[in-house]
Design a protein around this ligand. Sequence first.
Ligand code: ARG
Length: 582
Amino acid sequence: MKAQLQQLLQQTVDTLKQKDILPADAEPRIQVDRTKDKAHGDLATNLALVSSKLAGQNPRQLAQTIIDNLPSSSLVTKVDIAGPGFINFFLNPNWLAQQVENALDDKQLGVSTVAQPQTIVVDYSSPNLAKEMHVGHLRSSIIGDAVTRTLEFLGHKLVRQNHVGDWGTQFGMLLAYMEELQQKGEAIDSNLSNLELFYRAAKGRFDESEAFATRARNLVVELQSGDEHCNKLWQEFNETSLSHCQETYDRLGVSLTRQDVRGESAYNDDLGQVVVDLDSKGLLQEDQGAKCVFLDEFKNKDGEPLPVIVQKKDGGFLYATSDLAAIRYRQSSLNADRVLYFVDARQGLHFQQVFTVARNAGFVEASTSLEHMPFGTVMGEDGKPFKTRSGGVAKLADLLTEAESRAYDLVKAKNPDMDEAQLRDIASVVGIASVKYADLSKNRTSDYMFSFDQMLSFEGNTAPYLLYAYTRVASVFNKAGIDANSLTGELTLDHEKEVDLATKLVQFNEVIESVARLGYPHLLCAYLYELAGLFSSFYEACPILKAASEEQKNSRLKLASLTAKTLKQGLQLLGINTLERM
Ligand code: ARG
C-alpha cells in the first residue's frame, strides 16, 4: 500500500509541475511512512516539507496544494495536514478488504513476482571441511537459506554456492594422520565419524612429532602437484566431511544439496591466471617476495596502504586468491547480477578488499552488485562466544539434539496422552524451529545470546509462540470442519480489530521486498510476530464461529484464512515447518 500511495503522490508532483507550482526539473523524494499513532491515520508523507523551497510556498500551504491536486482514488478516505506540514492518510477499509480478497485468491498471497528476474548467487554455509560444523556455521546456513528462499519466492533465479574450505595446509596434517592409521591397519571411516576428535588427534601428532610434521608438509606439496595417492586420501576425507554437512542441512531443513558445493579447490587451476591477470592490469606489486595488490582505500593505523596478498613467497596462493577466482567464475560462468556473501562480520575487511580488487581488475561488470551480508557472533549466557559446558566448541549436531530433547519435554507436558511417535515428530519440528527462529529473529549484524530457555519459551517472539499461534488459527477451520480454501461471501471490515489485522496482512509484500533487498530475515520474523499478536486481539474481540450473522462469520473466516496462509508462507520462507497441532 505504500507503493500505491507513492504512485498517487508521483502523479500529484507531475500535475504540480504542469501547473508551474513546482519547477519542471524537480525530483523530490517521495517518502511514505507508516504512522506510529492511529490518530494520525495509517500513512504519512513529508513531501510538502521537502519540496516547500522548490515551490516557494510554506510547507502547510504546499501540503494543502498537494491534497487539492491528489488524483481521486479508492485507497484513502481522509487526508489531514499535521504539524509543520506532514500529510496524513487514512486508508479506506473497502480498499483494504479488496486487497485481502485479492491476496486470498493468489498463490503468492499478493506478493507479485518481479518483472525482471535477476540471477543471484548466494554464498552461504561454506564451512571448512577439516572440522565438524559448529555453532558458528548455524548463522550463515540458516540466514543465507532464508534470504535465498525469499528471493526465489519473488521469482529471481538463485544459484546456491557452498564455498567450502577444502584446501590449505591443514589438509597435509589430516592426510598424514589418515596415512598413519592406514599403516596401522585401522579403519579410517570409523575414525572420521568424529571429525572433531580426528582433527585434534592429527594436530596432536603434528605438534609432538617432527617426522610427522615433515610428512604433513610434504603431503601438502604432493597434493598440490596432483599426486594420485594423496588425491585419493583427500577425496575420501572430503567425502566424509561433506556427508556430515549434508546430514546437518537435512536435519536443519537448509535447502543446500551436494550440487551446490563448489569449494575453494574448484578454483585451483585458475589461481595462477588470476595472478597473471592482476599483473597485466598493472595492479601487482612485490613486497618481501610476496605478490600483493595495494589499495589506497584501505590503510593501516599508520596510514600505510594495506596489501592484499595473492601469492606467497613460496608460491602458495591464499584465501583471497580463491575468492577472486570465485568472483570471476560467478560473473562470467554464472552470469550473476548480484552476489551475496553470508559470512561472519569479522571477515568484513577481507570482502571489501577482494571486491575492490575484483572491480579494479575488471573481473566483474559495473552493474553487478557484490554484497557482504555480515553477521555477528553467537554468545553464551556468560557473554563470551558460545562454548559447551566443557569449554569446547559446540558441535551443531549436539545442539540440535539437545533442542529436540528439551522440546520433547515441553510438548509432552502439554500433551501427556499423545502417542510417542507423534510426540517425537512434533518435538523435532519445535526443537529445530526454535534454534533457527532464535537466530533469524535477531538483527543479523548484532551478536546474540544462545539460550535454550529463551528460544523454547511460549512467550515473546519465539518459534513455539508462532507455531502455536498457527495451530490456533488452523484449529478454527478444523473445529468447524470448514475448508479454508473455499470460503464464500464478501469480506467487510467493520470492527477496529478487523481493520488492524487486514492492514497488517496487506503489508506482507512490503516485508518480503525488504528482506530480499537487505538480507534481514528478522524483519519477516517481527512481522509474523506482530501478525500473530493482531490475530489474537481480533480473535478475542470478534467471535468467528459465533459471529452475529452468516455474512460476518464468512468474512471473519476469510481474515483467519489469510492469516493462516501468511503465517505458514512466512515461516516457510524462513525455512521453518508448521504443525497442525502441538
Ligand atoms: N570457509 C570460510 C570460513 O569458514 C567461509 C567462506 C565464505 N565464503 C567465501 N567466499 N569466502 O571462514
